[in-house]
Design a protein around this ligand. Structure first.
Ligand SMILES: [Zn+2]
Length: 71
């Protein structure tokens, strides 16, 4: 019955790989190109109007953060 075991092992392996990819995607955080803040529930990112990358949806907070960071 080694075939059955192999199939089970392959399934387990595929599951582990899928799990790992999910975790990596969770960990890979996008950063705002304007102020450099990491994307989170509090600071959702959207596409920058100039197409230069992800930037804060909340533009006012973003600009305040950038002003504070450049000081
Ligand atoms: Zn920002």
């Amino acid at each position: 019955m080694s075939n059955e075991l192999d199939a089970k092992a392959a399934r387990e392996r595929a599951k582990a790989i899928a799990e790992q990819r999910r975790a990596e995607r969770r960990n890979r955080k996008r950063k705002c190109v304007v102020c450099g803040v990491e994307e989170s529930d509090k600071t959702p990112l959207g596409a920058h109007p100039d197409g230069i990358g992800p930037s804060c949806k909340d533009e006012l907070t973003c600009q305040a953060r950038r002003a504070a960071a450049s000081r």
